[in-house]
Write a protein that binds this ligand. Structure first.
Ligand code: NI
Length: 139
């Protein structure tokens, strides 16, 4: 049977700061640039969640996209939207608030739930800006 990949996009706005306390101020700004700004800054994030599965005989779909949206919103968007990624988000505690770590963290929050609905999570892609995104495939 054909395996198909389906993607749902969600959006959230959040603040963060990239700062490594082991480094000097100079090195932090050299490595993280504007993302090291002391008093935080925000991004308009876009999240793309791709699931894979075989189309159901009765619906022709691999997952109800309304249901996928509910899973993503309840498990991650509600925890991320209009929050501070460094301070407010339980699954980001103790990690650098990078796009990479965000993608890995989001995977951990939704993978099981998607599986329980007969589908498999394929990738989590987080766009921080128009030009930069990180993608996690669960490896
Ligand atoms: Ni930033």
């Amino acid at each position: 049977m054909a395996k198909v990949y389906v993607t749902r996009r969600e959006r959230f706005n959040a603040a963060h700061k990239l700062w490594n306390p082991k480094w000097s101020e100079e090195k932090n700004f050299e490595i993280f640039g504007k993302c090291a700004n002391e008093n935080w800054h925000g991004h308009n994030y876009e999240l793309f969640v791709t699931v894979k599965g075989q189309p159901d005989e009765d619906t022709g779909c691999i997952i109800d996209l309304k249901l996928l949206s509910v899973i993503i919103n309840e498990r991650v968007i509600d925890k991320l939207d209009h929050r501070n990624l460094n301070l407010d988000v339980p699954f980001m505690q103790g990690k650098m608030a990078s796009t990479e770590n965000l993608a890995v963290g989001i995977w951990g929050e939704i993978a099981e739930s998607i599986k329980s609905h007969g589908c498999e999570l394929h990738s989590v892609r987080v766009h921080e800006t128009e030009n930069n995104y990180a993608e996690y495939l669960g490896e």
